[in-house]
Design a protein around this ligand. Structure first.
Ligand SMILES: [Zn+2]
Length: 204
C-alpha cells in the first residue's frame, strides 16, 4: 500500500472526516454516536486525525477531530474514542492512510452467522477491493470483540487476509482501510455491499 501521507492540517482533516462521516451516517452506518473515522497525517512519528468521541456523526464540524499518536492517545484536540488505538494499529500494520469504523447491521449479522470468516468469490464487486472477480476465493475475517484495543489489535493482526482491506468485529461492526479517505470510503461501500449480498443468502 502507498506510503504517501496526507498533507492536510488537522482542521482540513477534520473537514474531510466530517464530510465522510455525514455520508456514512446518511446510510445509517453510524447511528447514535457510533463509529469513527481517521486519516494519517504523519507516518514517522505516526499521527492520525480521528473523529472526536461522543458526537452525532451526521453533525460533525471540522473542529470535531483529535490528533492521536501511535497508541491512540490524544496529542491535541478533544477526547478520542478508545477505538482510536485500533485505528493507529491498523495504520501501522497495513500502511493505510485512512481507516473507517462503522456499526452496520450486515457486518454484525454476518459475523454472527459466519464466526470463522465470510468467504467470498465470483463477484464482480470484488474488483472494488482489488480482488479478481472470478476464480479467487477470499475470506473476510471475523474476529471476536474486546474492550481492550491491544487484544482486538492482536486478533486483527492474526486474522487479517492481506488481500482484503477489512475485518468484521463480531457483535460490533466493521473496520475498513485504504490509501486515502476516498479509497477507504470506496472499500467500505464495496465491503458493505458484499456483506449485504451475503445477508440475502444468495451470495454463493
Ligand atoms: Zn465501534
Amino acid at each position: 500500500m502507498s506510503t504517501d501521507v496526507s498533507t492536510l492540517d488537522l482542521e482540513e482533516a477534520g473537514a474531510v472526516l466530517a464530510a465522510e462521516s455525514a455520508r456514512f451516517a446518511s446510510f445509517g452506518w453510524m447511528r447514535g454516536t457510533s463509529g469513527n473515522l481517521s486519516v494519517v497525517l504523519s507516518r514517522d512519528p505516526l499521527r492520525l486525525a480521528v473523529t472526536a468521541s461522543g458526537h452525532d456523526k451526521g453533525e460533525l464540524t471540522p473542529a470535531d477531530v483529535v490528533l492521536v499518536d501511535e497508541r491512540g492517545d490524544a496529542v491535541s484536540g478533544g477526547r478520542p474514542s478508545a477505538e482510536a488505538a485500533l485505528h493507529a494499529r491498523v495504520a501501522a500494520l497495513t500502511g493505510a492512510g485512512a481507516v473507517v469504523h462503522v456499526h452496520t447491521v450486515a457486518s454484525v449479522a454476518l459475523g454472527r452467522r459466519s464466526p470463522g470468516g465470510i468467504v467470498l468469490s465470483d463477484l464482480e464487486m470484488l474488483k472494488g477491493v482489488g480482488v479478481p472477480a472470478h476464480g479467487v476465493e477470499v475470506t473476510l475475517p471475523v474476529i471476536a470483540n474486546s474492550q481492550d484495543m491491544t487484544v482486538l489489535g492482536d486478533r486483527l493482526e492474526a486474522a487479517r487476509d492481506v488481500r482484503m482491506p477489512a475485518v468484521v468485529v463480531a457483535g460490533h461492526g466493521l473496520y475498513v482501510w485504504g490509501d486515502s479517505p476516498r479509497q477507504a470510503r470506496h472499500h467500505t461501500e464495496v465491503v458493505e455491499w458484499l456483506l449485504e449480498l451475503e445477508l440475502t443468502g444468495t451470495g454463493r
